[in-house]
Ligand binder design. Structure first.
Ligand code: 1HN
Length: 365
């Protein structure tokens, strides 16, 4: 904005200095930074390779013991565009947790919500408010906000799972609360797998059961049922942008599992290349089965089992499975927040037959 005629440059300079001293800002000088045409995340598209992760996860078992003060052995993934924030995206934490045979990660609770997706091992468990949820590969276990949770490993193999939390978002909103459980072990107040026994056949629920709040009462989404749903859907229809894609739902509402996190699972049939689109909200993807690649804002990221990659908000993205091979992607998303706040938008990529030209190879770690 130009300086008006009657004011000298010195007077204007003094004025702006006074504003600064008085903790004020002239909107006309900063408006263009505030009202951007569209979101451009500081978070960058990025991929972490399982081949790099696994040895470091295993080494953590030798280096770090689990005690009070270091209650969880977790390697967090830091987005290279956000070195000052603990998150894989600006809103979500992703990390791999490693629990050795016989170990116990003590109970605590916190206001951020968490999900776990089991990558490796069978015979671990998470107890959530007295409900012992048994872990196997592909199971997705919820820890709704402020529920007591501890983990154990009763098998003779290490357990590895993905932790997804809305921690960066809750921290930004300054809503973090945390409390350790006063004793070493949380009592099992319910039969093992209580929530599963009530709810796991998703088309039915107990007549007397009231909703427990804005969180799914089903705490353990077992892989066998997830896979069955995917394969049945694959026989009838698929989405142009995500192929055979499903969302984990709250059986009371049909909506997302929790108010700040949603989870998805998608099957890319052999040789599929989806069309590109973009939407507000970030996504963390874990390659659970098979291999393929995703194009994110023109950059190609090749992935295979165990790799984790992120799509920042409003980034164009499309997915492809390897020829002759199907692939399964698990995802954690902040979409429910964008929807609840009226900020959700999506747009299909129209040029080049709906597929992005690829401008660069994958970034190496
Ligand atoms: C946490 O409490 C767990 O309970 C896992 O297993 C990962 C990452 C950041 C903050 C808290 C857990 C976490 C976490």
């Amino acid at each position: 904005m130009a300086i008006k005629q009657a004011v000298t440059v010195d007077e204007a300079t003094e004025y702006y200095q006074t504003l600064q001293r008085k903790h004020l800002v002239a909107l006309w000088n900063v408006q263009a930074n505030l009202l951007v045409k569209e979101p451009k995340s500081r978070a960058v598209p990025y991929l972490w390779r399982w081949d790099d992760l696994l040895p470091l996860i295993q080494r953590s078992g030798e280096l770090a013991s689990i005690t009070r003060g270091a209650e969880r052995r977790v390697l967090g993934l830091i987005n290279p565009g956000l070195p000052d924030r603990y998150g894989a995206t600006h809103t979500m934490w992703a990390g791999f947790q490693y629990l050795l045979p016989g170990e116990v990660a003590l109970a605590h609770r916190h206001s951020p919500s968490a999900i776990r997706f089991i990558v490796q091992g069978e015979g671990g468990f998470t107890t959530v408010d007295g409900d012992k949820c048994l872990m196997g590969p592909g199971d997705m276990i919820l820890t709704p906000p402020w529920t007591w949770h501890d983990h154990g490993n009763e098998s003779d193999e290490p357990m590895i799972w993905l932790d997804g939390l809305d921690l960066p978002m809750v921290a930004e909103l300054e809503g973090v609360f945390y409390e350790p459980f006063p004793k070493d072990a949380q009592p099992l107040g319910k039969p093992v797998g209580d929530s599963e026994r009530r709810y796991s056949v998703g088309q039915l629920r107990p007549t007397w059961q009231k909703s427990v709040g804005p969180f799914s009462p089903l705490l353990n989404y077992k892989w066998a049922r997830t896979e069955e749903a995917l394969r049945r859907l694959a026989t009838v229809e698929a989405d142009p942008f995500d192929d055979v894609a499903m969302e984990y739902i709250n059986p009371h509402t049909g909506g997302p599992i929790m108010p700040r996190l949603a989870c998805g699972i998608q099957l890319l049939r052999p040789g599929v290349r989806t069309r590109a689109h973009r939407h507000t909200g970030s996504v963390i993807y874990l390659a659970f089965e098979g291999s393929g690649y995703s194009v994110i804002d023109g950059q190609r990221f090749d992935w295979s089992k165990g790799d984790l990659f992120v799509v920042p908000t409003w980034a164009w993205h499309e997915h492809a499975s390897a020829d002759g091979q199907e692939a399964i992607l698990f995802s954690v998303q902040d979409k429910p927040v964008m929807e609840a706040l009226g900020l959700y938008r999506e747009q299909a990529y129209e040029a080049h037959g709906g597929r992005q030209p690829i401008s660069a190879g994958r970034i190496e770690l």
